[in-house]
Write a new protein. Structure first.
Length: 225
């Protein structure tokens, strides 16, 4: 196993453990079937995407390994990343507590819809990665990088962030918690702050990005914004 594969799969294993802790420790029970379904779907989607691009686009995987506040180069993005991680953890902890104490009564059909949204969000991420080998986990512009305007980038300028919003909404629903939806608002606010700052950076540092902004009107949600 080469170094990149080892690092990627090791990071994935750490992520799966962290997800399991966020779900099952606050729930204080392994009899949380919504948590198991969410954890399995999330883990399988991330594993499938990782294995695919380890074979087909190792440059992309290299760019995804460096993530989090320390990896960011701009102070504003360090703050955004420092807020995003605990908020996303909270989006799982609240539903786990909800399960433990029985705060919500979410219909099974809505939970299944949440699971479907989760899978759809990862499908969008997959197509983002296929289209854009420069989709790094941090905001940067590499030598030779060009503007991507094909595929999902013809619909919105930030399709990966659109997938993230879908994932944020899907998480509490899939986990059977209406109370967890409260966390979605600050998560989306942090994402929008990152998006706007990224657009300023790309306009200043990536040739052709302003022309692309003129071609694709919507940032995140088609026909809305």
């Amino acid at each position: 196993m080469d170094t990149l594969t080892r690092k990627s799969l090791g990071g994935l294993a750490q992520l799966e453990v962290a997800l399991a802790m966020a779900l099952f420790v606050p729930a204080w029970s392994l009899r949380f079937w919504q948590g198991w379904v969410y954890w399995l779907l999330f883990s399988l989607c991330v594993l499938a995407i990782t294995l695919y691009f380890l074979k087909h686009d190792r440059h992309l995987i290299e760019g995804r390994l460096a993530a989090g506040p320390r990896a960011e180069r701009q102070a504003r993005q360090k703050i955004v990343q420092a807020l995003a991680a605990p908020l996303f953890a909270t989006a799982m902890v609240v539903p786990a507590l909800d399960h433990r104490y029985g705060w919500s009564c979410v219909p099974t059909a809505l939970m299944i819809a949440g699971d479907a949204m989760l899978v759809l969000s990862f499908a969008i991420i997959f197509f983002v990665f296929k289209e854009n080998s420069y989709a790094a986990a941090t905001i940067r512009v590499e030598a030779g990088q060009r503007v991507i305007s094909t595929g999902v980038y013809r619909i919105v300028r930030h399709p990966m962030y659109a997938a993230a919003v879908l994932l944020f909404v899907a998480t509490p629903l899939a986990l059977g918690s209406f109370w967890g939806l409260i966390v979605v608002l600050p998560l989306c606010a942090v994402l929008v702050a990152r998006l706007l700052d990224e657009e300023r950076y790309l306009s200043a540092n990536l040739a052709g990005y302003d022309a692309y902004r003129g071609q694709v009107r919507y940032r995140l949600v088609p026909y809305i914004w």
